[in-house]
Structure formats: structure tokens, C-alpha cells
Design a protein around this ligand. Structure first.
Ligand SMILES: Cc1ncc(COP(=O)(O)O)c(C=O)c1O
Length: 449
């Protein structure tokens, strides 16, 4: 009996013992194509020799130095690398150990900025339903996955939620994609006016919604309108690119494709590619300047901020991505993956939508395509797909609650940036078999057999 407190206390998990390239291996000798990079993390695959070598080299020099005493070369170099490639206006990096911590830092810095500016009434944060921003109390408070929030609701900060940008279900037939995007973006303005513009600190959104909606891309013009609304009311824009950022969608930052820049941005997962736990907040120059002119301090720190080993690892990851021009591969092989997914699932009776960008794709499963009716939540179709895929040597990231927070199922794919066309073909083939097997099982059980 394991003494680990597993996610599922009664769950039995295979033991991961090794990995090479796009493959992971368990203790029984079974191999899996890592088509989801775990949870969109392992963008360089496993056992990358250059990353392993960079980690060894850093350990030989220095593993840890506390940031109240020292800065370190890896942390300084990583910050320099990130800012040189950051969306316009971002000037400083705060390095932590996870996506949730990066979001917490964004919330705290937004609040702190307004205190420094003498606008201390700005305490409200607005975010969207059907999004995930992390599991710590602050991040959960802005998160929009109501199922995750429910058990802890008395502990959460007040969160204000508007609609997601989820065209598959919410765009009206008479609307163009652009009209739909503007309509849902305008919900932000309505919410700001309802709360009182001088009480709102920031709006938080995933640029491309990952785990909760399955790679739901924003409607054209949506984020431009969001940016305008934020600027009009002096509200900060926090983009959560923990999952969709660092190259996942084919550009280093997903917001590049929207033509906007945030005031604060959270990154994690692909930053360290799973070789080290690391996340970061990128902050705009005007926010940092306000602190410089004010108290001079950001009162939010943790023991492992700027961890030298994690920073050296992330820097090596980012340099390999650039050296090997892997974002070009993401765009090329992402287009191949899109074609193959649409061939395999485009006319599938139980696939309502295939969506995504780069190496970030989702398929939404439905009981009926015409009405978009989801499968009964009790059938747990997403869990069945995960199990059927694992049985076929494939890791994908399915999730439930897609349609309305309770029902609906999707499967998220986030293959490593090193994946080639042959790997993509294998992923789609195994996924097709897994989805079909899971649906047959669900229909059978749903019919009461
Ligand atoms: C969009 C988004 N934000 C934040 C987080 C939280 O990151 P972490 O699990 O590293 O705390 C996640 C994790 O899945 C995420 O997908």
C-alpha cells in the first residue's frame, strides 16, 4: 500500500520509470506516446540530452541560493532571455515554481500596484467561467471551473465571472465570428460598470483556454476589444499563458496571434518543459516603475523564487527551442495534426468540434452532433477515453464539464514540439481507436446493459 496521497486515493497508477523523446515507459515495460506532454508540459519530450547536461552542469556549480541574500546568474540570464522575447511593454520577471504561483503573483502585484498608485479601492478581479487558473486559494478564486471551486467556496475570495469565448456552443447562427467575439468581450465592460470602474483591479483570462474547454481559441478581435475595455477603465489585463504559452500554439506567446500585449502574464509548463518545476510572472514596465517610485518593494516572496537549478534548466529549454527552430516545427506539424484530426474526426458521429492551434488541439465529444447534446456526465466518457488511450499506449488529456461545467467531454492533445508527421499519424490512429472504444462502452452502459 502506497504512503503517497495520490490524486485518487483508491487509484492504481502505472509506475513511470523512464522516457526518451516522445515516449514514456512504465515499470512493466509498456511504452506510451506522450501526446499531451502530461498536462501540456513536456514540450521537448523526455530525456533530452542537452537539458540533462545543462542541469548537471548547474548542479556542479550551485543548486540554491536564497533571493533575500543573492541573485544568481541563471536567474538573471533567464529573465534577460524572456524579456528580450516578451510582448511589448513587459520588462521584469518574477520566477516561482508553478503556474498557480505565477497567477498568485499576478493577482498580488496587480493589487499592490494600485495601492502604490493610491487607488486602493481597486480590489475586484474579473475572470471567465470555464477556465482554470490554478489550485491555490487566490488562483481558484479567479478560476471558472465551478466544480473545483464548490468544496472550497467559503474559503475563496469574491470572484466575478463573465462568459468564456467559446464559439462552438455560444455563437449564435446569425452572428459572424467577429460579432460573437465583440458581444462576449463587451460583457467585460458591463461587469466593470456594474462593479464600479474604480473598484476593478484586473481581468484575468487564458489566451487559448486549455484544460477546461479543450484548446478553445478566441474569436477574431476578441482580445483587441478586451484590451480596449481594460485601457478605457484603467483595469490591468492579466493573461494566463501557463498552458497555451511558450510556443505551444506556434508562436512563443499565444497573445502574439491576437495582436495585443498584457500588463501581467503568467507562464509555466513549457517554460521548464517538465525538467524542473518552474513558473514565472512577466510584468510591465509601468507597473514596476510605480513600485520603484513608491515603496520600492513587492511584498510577495517564497523560498524557492529564482531557484538557480530551475532557472538554468528553463534557460536551456528555451535555448534549445530557439536553436532547433522548434516553433517552425510546431507550425508545420501542427498543420499536419490538424489535417489528420479533421480527416479522422471531422465527420465522426460523436465529435462535435475539432479546434486548436499549433501543437494544442481539442476534440469535443457529443452524444448528438446536430443538437450538440453532451453525453450524460455520469458515463464519465472523458475518463473512459483516458483509460482506453493508456491501454493503447497513448497519453492524452481528457476532461469533463466542457459544455456547462458539469456535462460535456473533450480530449486535449499537446504533443512535444519535437513530434514529426509519423508521430502525429500514430497519435491520431490510437486516439481514434480509443475514442471509438470508449464511446461503445459508454453507449452500452448508458443503455442499461
Ligand atoms: C491555464 C492554467 N493556469 C494555471 C495552471 C496552474 O498551474 P500549476 O498546476 O503548475 O500550478 C494551469 C495548470 O494546469 C493551467 O492550465
Amino acid at each position: 500500500m502506497s504512503h503517497l496521497l495520490h490524486r485518487s486515493v483508491n487509484g492504481a497508477y502505472p509506475v513511470a520509470v523512464g522516457g526518451k523523446g516522445v515516449m514514456l515507459f512504465d515499470a512493466e515495460g509498456k511504452s506510451y506516446i506522450d501526446a499531451s506532454g502530461g498536462a501540456a508540459v513536456s514540450c521537448l519530450g523526455h530525456g533530452h540530452p542537452d537539458i540533462v547536461a545543462a542541469m548537471h552542469a548547474q548542479i556542479d556549480k550551485l543548486a540554491y541560493a536564497h533571493t533575500s541574500f543573492f541573485t544568481s546568474q541563471p536567474a538573471e540570464e533567464l529573465a534577460e532571455h524572456l524579456i528580450a522575447r516578451a510582448p511589448r511593454g513587459l520588462s521584469n520577471v518574477f520566477i516561482c515554481s508553478s503556474g498557480s504561483e505565477a497567477i498568485e503573483a499576478c493577482l498580488k502585484l496587480a493589487r499592490h500596484y494600485f495601492i502604490e498608485k493610491g487607488e486602493s479601492r481597486r480590489t475586484n478581479f474579473i475572470s471567465r467561467r470555464q477556465s482554470y487558473h490554478g489550485i491555490t486559494v487566490g488562483a481558484l478564486s479567479v478560476g471558472g471551473r465551478m466544480k473545483d471551486r464548490a468544496p472550497f467556496k467559503e474559503m475563496l475570495l469574491t470572484g466575478h465571472h463573465i462568459a468564456p469565448c467559446y464559439a462552438y456552443r455560444d455563437r449564435r447562427t446569425e452572428e459572424t465570428p467577429e460579432q460573437y467575439g465583440l458581444r462576449v468581450a463587451d460583457e467585460l465592460e458591463a461587469k466593470i460598470l456594474e462593479l464600479g470602474p474604480d473598484t476593478v483591479a484586473a481581468f484575468v483570462a487564458e489566451t487559448v483556454v486549455g484544460a477546461t474547454l479543450g484548446a478553445a481559441t478566441p474569436a477574431p478581435g476578441y482580445f483587441k476589444r478586451i484590451r480596449e475595455i481594460c485601457d478605457r477603465h484603467g483595469v490591468l489585463l492579466i493573461l494566463d499563458e501557463v498552458m497555451c504559452g511558450m510556443g505551444r500554439t506556434g508562436t512563443l506567446h499565444a497573445c502574439e496571434q491576437e495582436g495585443i500585449a498584457p500588463d501581467l502574464m503568467a507562464i509555466a509548463k513549457g517554460l521548464g518543459a517538465g525538467y524542473a518545476p518552474i513558473g514565472a510572472m512577466l510584468a510591465s514596465g509601468r507597473i514596476v516603475e510605480a513600485i520603484r517610485q513608491g515603496s520600492g518593494a513587492f511584498p510577495h516572496s517564497q523560498t524557492y523564487n529564482g531557484h538557480p537549478l530551475a532557472c538554468a534548466t528553463a534557460l536551456a529549454v528555451q535555448k534549445v527551442i530557439e536553436r532547433d527552430d522548434l516553433l517552425a516545427n510546431v507550425r508545420l506539424q501542427g498543420a499536419h495534426l490538424e489535417r489528420r484530426l479533421k480527416e479522422r474526426f471531422g465527420n465522426h458521429h460523436h465529435v462535435g468540434d475539432v479546434r486548436g492551434r499549433g501543437h494544442f488541439w481539442g476534440i469535443e465529444l457529443v452524444a448528438d452532433r446536430a443538437s450538440k447534446t453532451p453525453f450524460e456526465a455520469s458515463l464519465k466518457l472523458n475518463a473512459r477515453v483516458k483509460q482506453a488511450a493508456m491501454a493503447r499506449g497513448l497519453m492524452v488529456y481528457p476532461m469533463g464539464g466542457t459544455a456547462d461545467g458539469t456535462s460535456g467531454d473533450h480530449v486535449l492533445l499537446a504533443p512535444p514540439f519535437i513530434a514529426d508527421a509519423a508521430v502525429m499519424d500514430m497519435i491520431v490512429e490510437r486516439l481514434g481507436e480509443a475514442v471509438d472504444a470508449a464511446i461503445v462502452g459508454a453507449l452500452h452502459d448508458g443503455a442499461g446493459h
